[in-house]
Design a protein around this ligand. Structure first.
Ligand code: PLP
Length: 422
């Protein structure tokens, strides 16, 4: 599928008069249409809820848009819990899916009334010590090990993942939790990441539903929800076919009716914790070309760097690039598009066929709406960019200002040198 930017050169030339590059810009219309489609796809399930994975895009303005479609928050740390609390998200709408969790964070989550999703059987005792009781509503993260395959093709390798209870531990854990007073149980699993196939959720759902029926039979636990977590991906590459959330929702329904309904478990709520699927396509990192360099390769140097978008440097991830104003020009040049970090992996694209680029051109790097800004760091003293929202009416709102040196130096505020850095 052709990948089109949701901004044009003309729009960016207007925007930069007020907000200089680089910045991440998000498309409100796209976020809303997608959130609505997800809600409709699972509307067959009475208790359905999406808990947006806050870590993907921890911006309250964007999360507030999702809340219009009934989304809650999935948090993995205390600061994410604090953000959700500050936004007025109620405890019942917060999932706390963390791992290697400090006691203090369990306390905070319990105080908010969030649903705690335990990552390990030893965390039952750890939680009880931390907060003094076992909550009535509790969830356990499941990791069956081995490989996760769909129709003989390996999607991911849960056996090598640090998360979750083994099957035996899950049964044992439910018994212990029940004996300690837990009443409402949930099962959670995240077994493959960024899947671009309509079959991931239905395949995962069958596995979890079958375990749920056995758990209910063997332990008597009242299973209230099954959390399919994240993992629905997006087509980063033009040749990939996007997932169809309606097909996914409908196929989960079929498995639900096949496995859970006959077991008398037709009132189980389906939860999701999507991050990437909710936001990634609706963000661009917009950056300006500063330099071209002709040495052993052709380089284009831009004013963003891996500190603003880490995925290409960290995973060699593909992010599509549109040279704004040159959408229809032939891609007859081959470039490495680089940032300024003193790291040779600071490249947004390697050997990428693009139209001829000139200094001053604006480039939109696609699919940065999730796990983009959020993974930012400050190496080389590079600062975080601003975040902008392209609203449905075409106006642009600043939803996070760019970091300034004073922010970078703020943690020196207890030292005399701070006075010179402010
Ligand atoms: C990261 C994460 C998610 C979201 O994953 P996506 O791939 O962005 O959908 C959901 N749940 C948990 C526990 C996570 O760690």
């Amino acid at each position: 599928m052709e990948k089109k930017a949701f901004v044009t050169k003309e729009m960016i030339e207007e925007i930069v008069k007020k907000y200089p590059t680089p910045f991440h810009i998000y498309d409100e219309k796209g976020i809303r249409e997608n959130a609505k489609a997800l809600k409709e796809a699972f509307s067959w399930n009475k208790g359905y809820k999406e808990f947006f994975a806050v870590k993907a895009t921890p911006n309250p303005f964007l999360i507030d848009i999702l809340r219009d479609y009934g989304c809650g928050c999935d948090c993995s740390s205390k600061t994410e819990l604090m953000l959700s609390e500050a936004m007025g998200v109620e405890g019942k709408d917060i999932m706390f899916s963390s791992n290697d969790t400090p006691a203090e964070e369990f306390e905070y989550a319990a105080k908010l009334g969030a649903t705690i999703n335990l990552d390990d059987i030893t965390h039952i005792d750890f939680l009880e010590k931390a907060i003094g009781y076992i909550p009535e509503t509790i969830s356990c993260r499941y990791n069956p090990g081995g490989y996760f395959s769909i129709a003989n093709s390996i999607m991911d390798n849960p056996g090598d993942a640090k998360y979750g209870f083994t099957t035996e531990q899950l049964f044992e854990g439910f018994k212990i939790l029940k004996a300690k007073g837990a009443k409402n149980f949930g099962i959670h699993a995240f077994l493959a990441s960024n899947t671009v196939t309509n079959d991931y959720y239905p395949t995962l759902a069958r596995q979890l539903f079958e375990v749920a029926v056995k758990l209910h039979e063997e332990t008597g636990a009242d299973i209230k929800f099954i959390n399919l977590s994240g993992g629905i991906g997006i087509p980063y590459k033009p040749e990939q076919t996007p997932n169809d959330i309606r097909v996914i929702g409908d196929n989960v329904r079929k498995v639900f009716e096949e496995v859970l309904v006959p077991a008398g478990m037709g009132d189980v709520a389906i939860y999701t914790e999507l991050g990437r699927f909710m936001m990634a396509p609706y963000g661009h990192l917009v950056t300006k070309v500063l330099h071209e360099k002709h040495t052993h390769k052709e380089y284009i140097g831009v004013d963003a760097c891996a500190a603003n978008l880490m995925r290409p440097a960290m995973y060699g991830a593909y992010h599509h690039i549109t040279v704004l104003g040159k959408e229809n020009a032939p891609c007859d040049h081959v470039y490495d598009v680089t940032g300024s970090l003193c790291e040779n992996n600071d490249k947004f694209a390697v050997d990428r066929a693009l139209p001829e680029i000139a200094i001053g051109d604006y480039i939109a790097i696609h699919d940065t709406g999730a796990h983009g800004f959020a993974m930012g760091y400050n190496y080389n003293g590079r600062l975080w960019s601003s975040e902008l929202l392209l609203k449905e009416d075409g106006s642009v709102q600043l939803i996070r200002r760019a970091q300034e040196p004073k922010d970078y130096f703020a943690t020196f505020d207890c030292f005399p040198i701070y006075e010179k850095l402010k």
